[in-house]
Structure formats: C-alpha cells, structure tokens
Design a protein around this ligand. Sequence first.
Ligand SMILES: Nc1ncnc2c1ncn2[C@@H]1O[C@H](COP(=O)(O)OP(=O)(O)OP(=O)(O)O)[C@@H](O)[C@H]1O
Ligand SMILES: [Mg+2]
Length: 261
Amino acid sequence: MKIAISGKGGVGKTTLASLLAMVYAEAGYKVIAIDANPDANLALALGIPLEVAEQITPIIELQDLIYERTGAKPGTIGGTFKLNPRVDDIPDRFSTERSGIKLLVMGTIKGPLAGCVCPESAMLKALLMHLILRRDEVVILDMDAGVEHLGRGTAQGVDAFVIVVEPGQRSLQTARAVKRLSQGLGITRCYGVGFKTKSEADRQFIRDNLPELPILGFIDYDEGIAQADAQGLNVYEAVPQVAQSVKGVSDKLEKLLSKEP
Ligand SMILES: Nc1ncnc2c1ncn2[C@@H]1O[C@H](COP(=O)(O)OP(=O)(O)OP(=O)(O)O)[C@@H](O)[C@H]1O
Ligand SMILES: [Mg+2]
C-alpha cells in the first residue's frame, strides 16, 4: 500500500501521515513514512523525541553519499551525473525507527537550485521511485500541496492520493487544484479526509463542496491533538478517540481500493 498525502498548509497532513503510519504498523505491516516537506516535522508527530529528531540529516544533505552515487558534487547545475543512482540501501541505512515505522526525511532543494536537474534532485526522484515502485512495505508520503516530487511513473505507483481538507473555502480550493494536478499525472484514486470539523454541518459542508472527491472520513477538531503536538506526543497513542477515527478512515480506504479495477 502506497499512500500520498497532500492538501493546503496547516490542514493536518502531517498528523494524518503519523496516524495512518501507526494504524498500519499496529496491524503488523512494515511501514516507511516519508517526510517530503521543506519544514519537516513528521518525526515529532510520530513521537520521536526532539533531541533525536534534530539529529536527523535529510537525504538531500548527505553530500558525500550524493557524490558517491551520482558521480557529481551536489550544488552543481549542468555537467554530467547519473540520473538513476543506486538507492536501494538508503531506506535501511538512513531511516530513524519508531514503533515499527521507518522514517525517512527527504529535505528540499532551496534557493537557486530549486526545480533544478541536479544531483540532489536525481537522488530524491530515484529514491521516491524506488520506495513507491520497488518496495513491499506500506509507504506513507507526507507531502505539501504540490505534486512536483512525483514523476509520472512514480505517481502512478501510488495506490491512493489522499487530500486533507478542513471546513473552509481556501482548503477546498487547494483540494480541487491538487486533484487536477494529480489527474494530470495519471492518478485516478484520489480521496479526501476532513479535518478539524466541529459539527455534522461542517462535515456536510465538506461533502457538499467536494462532490468529486470520495470522503474517507473525518478527524474532528480535538483539543487532544493540539495538546499532543504541544507535548511532542504521538497522537495515535495519546488520543484514543482519534486512533479510532483514523481506523475508520483506513477501513474505508481499503474498501474503496478493493472495488477499484
Ligand atoms: N483534528 C484536529 N484538531 C485539533 N488540532 C488539529 C487537528 N488536526 C491538526 N491539528 C493541529 O493543527 C496544526 C497543523 O497540523 P499538521 O502539522 O498536521 O498540518 P500540516 O498540514 O502537516 O501543516 P504544514 O502544511 O505546515 O505541513 C498542528 O498544530 C496540529 O496539532
Ligand atoms: Mg506538515
């Protein structure tokens, strides 16, 4: 199972990524959670202590490794380098483990190299392709609202593209835009999860405004989630009613996927 999570800033993507990773890990699956955000904080959401999280070097910053694998020094544009560097050993060597979940922090390419065809981007693309297309583990990908991390081939290996929405026009607009982008990549299995809803009216608002997106369920607004965040706790372990809600989400997902051709 390969799940990519997207949506507007601050809606709850990282929270959902941590929750789904926990559901599958608890069910006995091996799980790889990938943090593909510039502002990486999935480690904390999984309950990895701050001191440990701060020691994680994003893959993109492993300069010697990138040089060794691509044949070119990171930070250079142009020149020749391998577009398909070896990456199969990276998930095991460079992940941080917590409760049966292997966390990989990708890092992002910033500044003049953003969007470049450079050794760093070749490394990230190859790694994502490997994780999505070649690994047997459950893979949960915490993304931002863009889909640029995913090449077409990689995107089509994703079983479910999950868009997090909250009851507000801005997050709905982002959801529609993300859905269009993902369709452009050939992704057909796109679903929504409502977050921070406070009433049945909120939930209905989301359903009514996104008729094109099957909704897997809702993670209602819960003080416990905010408190777990403040204390650096794993929400799945700290807030039992939320763990229950996310199991509903994953059950619905399994059900819908089993019906897909
Ligand atoms: N259902 C909820 N109830 C209460 N607070 C929530 C809920 N879901 C998320 N939050 C809080 O909202 C904030 C943003 O959540 P989160 O970091 O998961 O969003 P995100 O989409 O990953 O954000 P970003 O775009 O910055 O990566 C966090 O402080 C989180 O604890
Ligand atoms: Mg996030």
